[in-house]
Write a protein that binds this ligand. Structure first.
Ligand code: UD1
Length: 417
């Protein structure tokens, strides 16, 4: 199992190229199930979660060929309609194969994902939505078993703007007969990217990026070439690395508008931000100021940046209240940041961070993807040596993180046991 060893205290300086977005790439790759023609997807990050989704697609009979961030998929000979527990358990986005399989083949069997480190994360909104389009759904032995004669368009109003449920229904409705209207949709940029991919396959979708999405179903879709958007969470994390170390970091390959809630918080906390056409530059001339944050669906502050922002606040001048409203158990980085000397108290959904002048290196344990990024940030700023254990969490979502950090001047190395 790999660990990361960091010697903190170097101000990070330079430019980082952002990889393709993990959260956009996952549903985009799964969308290849919607056609028997070939789909060529580029700018796919090389990550554990991507390997898992390709393994799942292979299991279903999809032929895949991936090299250097380019993936070719052919779902001409789908032979299985089942997503097994072992694959869904390691990556929840696997449940998104349910709707596309159902829409194209009239049957699907997908393991219920179960909870994960950051919360219960049920899929009720997905299943209720699919039922509205005509799916018959049963739960058997921990599996969702879905069948249908023909899916028909319908009106689905989500109880909460769930990213996964919005994507799932959009990917399903493109092959349902007639019109579908999805209401109270999530507006995340990854949903817009998925809609663009589906349109490039011949789907008719309007309103993505707003709370109402209208889809006019087609009898079939065709193959496509598609380039995945840049990863806004990776970009925000590298900017946080510049911020917490008092450096100057530019991230390239990301539209600043996708990061606006994060950038304006960084500004409120004292960073200097320059927004460019496809890049963002962060500079620091003073210590960060304590700044409150509440996580919200897009365009609010993303829950996927909460842990990283908290790491920055651990060294801020003054206190900050960080409130998590999306997931119920997303403060697992707190006890680890405290091991670096941070002063943090959790009260229900909020963490009160009282900024310290210094953090001191320590051995740490990563618990989930974004928590592990916050521990790396803490280690980069702490005095002395920090070890971050269980970095397989990090490898699920950050491509070559230590190599990119080294280019910025970080003293970091991966150590294999
Ligand atoms: C996606 C992202 C994840 C991000 C999250 C919120 C991917 C692969 N993952 O996860 O990185 O943190 O959006 O921006 O894109 N919920 C229900 N029932 C449902 C569905 C969701 O109660 O059927 C709840 C969840 O438990 C959670 C909230 O809704 O509390 C938001 O979840 P959702 O937006 O669905 O997140 P994911 O799509 O799982």
């Amino acid at each position: 199992m790999d660990k990361m060893r960091i010697i903190g205290g170097q101000p990070l300086k330079g430019t980082v190229q952002v990889s393709g977005s993990k959260n956009a790439a996952l549903p985009i790759l799964i969308s290849a199930l919607l056609t028997e023609e070939v789909c060529d997807i580029s700018h796919v990050p090389v990550l554990q979660d991507i390997k898992t989704v390709l393994k799942l697609l292979n299991h279903l009979g999809v032929q895949t060929d991936s090299k250097n961030g380019k993936v070719q998929l052919s779902a001409k000979n789908v032979m299985s309609f089942e997503a097994p527990y072992d694959l869904v358990r390691t990556m929840r986005a696997s449940v998104l194969v349910l709707g596309p399989l159902l829409a194209r083949f009239g049957q699907a069997k997908v393991s219920l994902p179960g909870g994960c480190a950051i919360g219960a994360r049920p899929i009720g909104f997905h299943l209720t939505g699919l039922e509205k389009l005509g799916a018959e759904i049963k739960l058997e032995n921990g599996y969702v078993v879905a069948t249908c004669k023909k899916l028909r368009g319908g009106r689905v109003t989500f109880e909460f703007p769930s990213v996964g449920a919005t994507e799932h229904l959009m990917m399903t409705a493109v092959l349902a007969e007639g019109e579908t209207v999805l209401e109270n949709c999530a507006k995340e940029p990854e949903i817009v990217d998925l809609a663009k991919m589906l349109r490039s396959m011949g789907a008719e979708i309007e309103g993505d990026g707003t709370e109402t999405i209208a889809i006019s179903g087609k009898p079939s879709l065709h193959g496509t070439h598609y380039h995945v958007m840049g990863d806004r969470i990776e970009a925000g994390t590298f900017l946080a690395a510049g911020f917490i170390t008092g450096g100057a970091v530019t991230v390239e390959g990301i539209s600043p508008e996708f990061l606006e809630a994060v950038l304006s918080k960084y500004e409120e906390a004292g960073a200097q931000i320059e927004r460019k056409e496809n890049a963002v530059k962060l500079g620091v001339i003073e210590r960060a100021r304590g700044t409150d944050v509440i996580t919200q669906p897009f365009p609010g502050f993303p829950t996927d940046m909460q842990a990283q922002f908290m790491a920055v606040m651990c060294l801020a001048d003054g206190a900050s209240a960080i409130t998590e409203t999306i997931f119920e158990n997303r403060f697992m980085h707190v006890p680890e940041l405290i091991r670096l000397g941070a002063d943090i108290t959790i009260r229900g959904k909020s963490a009160l961070v009282r900024g310290k002048k210094t953090l001191i290196g320590a051995p740490l344990m990563a618990t989930d993807l974004r928590a592990s990024a916050s521990l790396i940030l803490g280690g980069l700023a702490a005095q002395g040596e920090t070890w971050v254990n269980r970095i397989y969490h990090l490898d699920r979502g950050y491509e070559k993180m230590e190599e990119k950090l080294k280019l910025l001047g970080a003293k970091i190395e991966r150590v294999s046991w």
